[in-house]
Design a protein. Structure first.
Length: 268
């Protein structure tokens, strides 16, 4: 079974408003995926449905072949790690303590700490470049350092898939690249499947094996970056006229917008 995460005909209504409509996806093991689309298109809602943070009105989501809403929370945490845009209020804990929370899914409360935990925490600190910050409080870190600490905590779960909702939001360009390079390295070295929502389309193309385009709550298209990033997609989905060219460093597509498009109906 090559798919690690599958959505089948997923729709999400919030009150009387339909946010996601009949979306089906297959996330293949070992790849990096980015969900892109205009603001308000339903990207984050789709991610929340895939990570069991919101229950679909209809359809199903499966993790390793099991309905994610029928699985124990602890089992999910051993297979999937999720980082949202806004993290819970843990500013007063140290980096090491935060990372240690990632081990909770692997502990039985009556057994106490596992001696292996320290080794795994040390490993996660090293892999995310947080050794010099391990005793610092989260509140004293820069945005990029804080994001790396949270990624280290997620890595401590030893997940098969890591889900991130706009992990570069509020970061300057150097920290954006730092975080995305880290995520890419974890995919390559650890074999972790990555699924993330990204606002920057050029970053999504550069760091992803496949792109998923969400527009007006529906899946507009999915596939490799060169298949997806076409002038027609930019016109239909993002309402801009765009020029697409090749990145000289990695042969991935990059674009720049020529102008805002006129009134244009989305092609269904």
């Amino acid at each position: 079974m090559n798919s690690i995460l599958t959505a089948k005909n997923v729709s999400v209504h919030i009150k009387d408003h339909q946010i996601i409509s009949n979306v089906s996806l297959k996330i293949e093991r070992g790849k990096v995926y980015s969900i892109i689309g205009p603001n308000g298109s339903g990207k984050t809602t789709m991610l929340r449905a895939l990570s069991r943070n919101i229950k679909p009105t209809s359809g199903s989501v499966s993790l390793n072949g099991q309905n994610i809403f029928h699985m124990p929370s602890k089992q999910i945490a051993r297979e999937m790690a999720v980082l949202t845009q806004t993290h819970s209020n843990m500013n007063d804990v140290s980096v090491r303590q935060l990372i240690s929370y990632g081990r909770f899914a692997h502990r039985d409360w009556w057994k106490g700490k596992d001696p292996q935990d320290k080794h795994i925490i040390d490993e996660c600190i090293a892999k995310t470049g947080m050794k010099q910050f391990e005793n610092r409080r989260i509140s004293t870190l820069s945005g990029g350092e804080r994001q790396r600490a949270w990624i280290a905590m997620a890595l401590a779960q030893k997940p098969q898939i890591l889900i991130l909702d706009e992990p570069t939001t509020f970061l300057d360009i150097s920290h954006q690249l730092e975080v995305l390079e880290l995520v890419s390295r974890l995919n390559e070295e650890e074999g972790i499947t990555i699924l993330m929502v990204l606002h920057d389309i050029n970053h999504a193309a550069r760091y992803s094996d496949e792109l998923i385009v969400i527009c007006e709550g529906e899946k507009y298209a999915s596939g490799e970056p060169w298949e997806i990033l076409t002038s027609q997609v930019f016109m239909d989905v993002f309402r801009v006229e765009a020029v697409i060219t090749s990145d000289l460093h990695n042969d991935k597509p990059i674009f720049y917008a020529k102008s805002v498009a006129g009134k244009h109906e989305v092609k269904k």
